[in-house]
Design a protein. Structure first.
Length: 252
């Protein structure tokens, strides 16, 4: 990886981590969208990088907060997400080998739909949803995680509707995402699809993500949480449109 490409990748990682810290979502979506637009590294390699960053972030979060995990909701969501993760990864390898434009359209569509869904304020529920509902949302998250390592949006929406403490929701989601990321890395390794040697320079993003997280906590921008969420929504929506529209026009 040349220095200019590495600098671009680290800049995307910084923006993604900074936004994630302030809004609670978007690291994977911004990383995948930025890489898809710039072509700095292949999308399949970017998904591996996102998985690694998710695990690193989870280790920091769960070191003290693992006791707050809502295990009754954690297990059904995790079980189906794990089952469907392999299906998502299989779809990624199939599309990467046969249709790069189709892969960009799919990623752009996922980002657009996720940005709209995450911009909506979940209607809180009085009663806890059934285990079956957690399993259903977990299945959708598993497919998304297998394809682009972006399993967050469906589960974020569903969990934040539940009568649970914010800290409990956060720790539970982080645990699910980290487990999926580890499994996805295992699938990539077992299938012999680990990135080429030059990819490992992208791990320089790890200290950049840690720095961005610290800066966002210590020196947040002079924006309200609502304004920051709107800005994140706009960023994601525009990146999704920019990614999906050119190949659609080309195909037409």
């Amino acid at each position: 990886m040349d220095p200019l490409s590495l600098a671009g990748l680290l800049a995307i990682a910084f923006v993604a981590a900074y936004t994630q810290t302030l809004t609670g979502f978007a690291l994977g979506l911004i990383m995948m969208g930025g890489v898809g637009l710039t072509g700095i590294i292949p999308l399949t390699d970017a998904a591996v990088l996102v998985s690694i960053l998710v695990v690193v972030n989870a280790l920091q979060v769960l070191l003290k907060g693992w006791r707050d995990i809502a295990f009754r909701q954690f297990f059904p969501a995790l079980a189906t997400s794990v089952l469907f993760l392999g299906a998502g990864y299989w779809l990624l390898t199939l599309m990467a080998a046969n249709s790069l434009e189709g892969l960009k359209i799919l990623l752009g569509t996922v980002i657009i739909v996720s940005s709209i869904q995450l911009s909506l304020k979940p209607e809180p529920l009085i009663k806890m949803s059934s285990p079956l509902s957690f399993a259903g949302f977990g299945a959708i998250a598993g497919v998304m995680g297998g394809i682009f390592s972006t399993s967050g949006p469906p589960l974020i929406y569903h969990f934040y509707r539940q009568p649970l403490k914010p800290g409990t929701i956060r720790e539970t989601l982080v645990a699910i995402f980290a487990t999926n990321a580890l499994l996805r890395l295992g699938i990539v390794t077992a299938s012999g699809q680990m990135p080429r040697a030059s990819f490992w320079w992208s791990l320089c993003a790890i200290p950049v993500v840690m720095l961005a997280t610290w800066l966002a906590r210590k020196h947040p921008p002079p924006l309200s949480p609502v304004a920051m969420r709107k800005l994140a929504f706009l960023l994601l929506f525009l990146s999704g449109v920019s990614l999906a529209l050119p190949p659609v026009i080309h195909m037409l």
